[in-house]
Write a protein that binds this ligand. Sequence first.
Ligand SMILES: Cc1cc2nc3c(=O)[nH]c(=O)nc-3n(C[C@H](O)[C@H](O)[C@H](O)COP(=O)(O)OP(=O)(O)OC[C@H]3O[C@@H](n4cnc5c(N)ncnc54)[C@H](O)[C@@H]3O)c2cc1C
Length: 395
Amino acid sequence: MYDVIVIGAGPAGMMASISAATSNKKVLLIDKNDKVGKKMALTGGSRCNVINLKSTKEFINEIPVNNKMLYSALNQFGPQDIFDYFIKIGVPLKIEDNDRVFPISNKSKTIIDALESQLKINNVFINLNEVVDSIENCDTYKIVKTNKNTYKTEKIIIATGGVSYPVTGSTGDGYKLAEKMDQTVTKLYPAETFLINKEPLPLAGITIDSVLITFNKSQATGSMLFTHTGLSGPAIFKISAEVYNELKTSKYATIGIDLIPNFTFDQLAISLNDYNPKKEINSFVRDYLPKRLGDYIVNETIPNLKVGITSKVNKQKLLLALKNFKVTIKSTGTIEQSIVTGGGIDMKYINFKTMESLTNNKIYFAGEVLDIHGHTGGYNITIALSTGFVAGKLQ
Ligand SMILES: Cc1cc2nc3c(=O)[nH]c(=O)nc-3n(C[C@H](O)[C@H](O)[C@H](O)COP(=O)(O)OP(=O)(O)OC[C@H]3O[C@@H](n4cnc5c(N)ncnc54)[C@H](O)[C@@H]3O)c2cc1C
């Protein structure tokens, strides 16, 4: 008989196990993979953006759905606590732009190894290559059946992740286990994913550090990348769920990209008027944008004449194209291709102070399996570690 069985050895499940074991509980952690943290190994380009250190209020603003339900978990084990925890267990960290935290080693393995050694130090039993097939509620205990064994436990923590990147083991099993216990699961959708253009642009490989994207009433800032089929990068990911939603009812969705958000339309107009009249108009644009992108926009918009003989109307047209570059989108990446899964365990039926189900006693949920996700930038692993810690805590 175990005190706690944790299903899933991603960041949420590992932290939940450590948290429970440090409260002197007998803990079994089960994962279907042959190693812990398989998805975590891929994160942040294999560097693992493990935390975002923003203040709780700013952090919450980066969580598009159910964000208020995170306050309690973040107050119990928030970004700074997670940062201090890793330092305490001997993982040197560094802070990069936008409050993103990485291991100094630039290797996700450093984080995974540190968590794994904490599991061992705290005597967590780890069963790998084992798939949880079912959960049964008995009066005073629960039964967990796997492809190899049957276990009894007092408490279960489901930390099985979403359905994105299923090769990492996150195949949505947690939703099925939950539904069998009548736990409500909201509709799943791709969140934080790339967009596919109606017509591909000859701009593949160009990145821009800072853009402002407008779609319907939403805006997103950050960097972006032109791909062979469309658009990608953090700013694009931020609006992808909304674009996905729109494409459920419309054939196309059009986004507007401010390619030079650091200057207003009027500031650019003044610079263009003051620009050397003998130089060609694309030379002006190249001061602000990568050459290939600048040339493309000029060629698609107005004749590339000398600035001095370019008409006022054409200058306006060009500035409009730079400040509101329209791209028509026909589809988004699939849920399997997305960085995180939108939707999940319905937060209405979760006690978000403890992560316990309100409808199934002693069943807890943590991490991406919940209907909470963040934008890219370290928010998702922070959420996994924070909710995992809370779910594992001695209640
Ligand atoms: C390419 C990529 C890059 C990313 N980069 C970042 C980043 O840099 N920073 C960030 O914050 N987030 C990043 N994310 C998101 C982040 O990885 C996830 O949100 C996070 O891993 C979720 O943690 P989790 O513990 O909830 O689930 P997961 O990490 O998905 O772990 C779930 C575990 O449960 C196991 N499991 C599932 N079903 C069963 C079952 N029936 N029996 C046994 N085991 C089971 C799986 O094998 C898996 O190991 C990235 C995601 C991707 C795909």
